[in-house]
Design a protein around this ligand. Sequence first.
Ligand code: C6P
Length: 404
Amino acid sequence: MYDIDTVRGDFPILSREVYGRPLVYLDNAATTQKPRPVVEAIEREYYSVNANVHRGVHYLSQQATELHEAARERVRAFIGARSAAEVIFTRGTTESLNLVAASFGEAFLHEGDEIILTVMEHHSDIVPWQLLRERRGVRLRVVPMTDDGTLDLDAYERLFTPRTRLVCCTHVSNVLGTVNPVRRMAGMAHAHGARFLVDAAQSAPHQRVDVERLGCDFLTFSGHKVYGPTGIGVLYGREELLDRMPPYQGGGEMIARVTFEHTTYERLPYKFEAGTPDYVGSHALAVALDYVEALGLDAIAAHEAALTRHALERLRAVPGLRVYGSAPERGPVIAFNVEGIHPLDLGTLLDRLGIAIRTGHHCAQPLMGRCGVEGMARASFALYNTEAEADALAEGIERVRRMF
Ligand code: C6P
């Protein structure tokens, strides 16, 4: 187990106050705070290396390019991809998913083809497929879940038809915390000749995501949820698929040769990276991954699991509080409502106590519908949270309850 005080010392923002109270930051599923090495890496690169990548013959450009490509290799190792050509830098999970929808859709999907999603997908893994449905006439089918927040795998199996081409599934639900059995689900998809995409936005910060072990064809995650900067994210794709997919956007970086009559494209991964990339962000993301790996993903997972157990125990003891989702395997996310209190009021009043949680539909309105609510409150934990903070949350909720 790592030393939590030392860890917290790496995150200056955790020692600030809001409304004169110590900050209790429990909105980590939305975005995580940044450790010093990440912020310092950004400062260092802008102050001493900054130059555009892949273009210049000059020293700084070459150095910036080396950092950017080293970051790609860092990500490759982090997700266990076979080749750095399979790692595409994007703006985040949302852009990664839109890229797959546009480009895989263009290359492989035709009218009447089917895509399977799950009822617990984030809007980022729903709307791009609906846009594709409008363009291409594909059909969307949805895996239901049982009342405890577990995907119904029998129903999943029954959704496959000879027209199923792709399955897209979140690894960990950003609302229920459910860890979905994506390895098994990928195997089932492959048995039906379909491809499998894992949205790892909520898993990459908390557990090892190894693309070979998971057996997925695509995987997406966001830098800002894994202690890196905003504006950088990753799309992993199998090389043989990416090779057959057309570019997503056109511009500099992604071309081999341009004439007005005809353009040829760069090799992977550059074919999918039009324009100046966020080379400072990629380097800072690599530093964030170094940070996480230095602490150890297993140690982080153990810390967060113990914390989530403790928080669940405390929250379940609050009268009138209902936790959504009780899947046996869960990530450090707890969504709940308290009888008689609107989640927005709860969030606003907790904020006055210095406690930051998220409230609303969590960009998962179909899931809200399945749970029969408009919105929920949600606490989500990270590697720097403590049992004392979970206690502060439970006590804060009790205090708000007494006001109603
Ligand atoms: N969920 C949350 O508070 P972006 O915004 O592109 O970095 O990530 C989108 C996204 C995709 N999939 C899942 C499972 C997610 O949880 C998210 C982001 C945040 O739950 C913001 S809505």
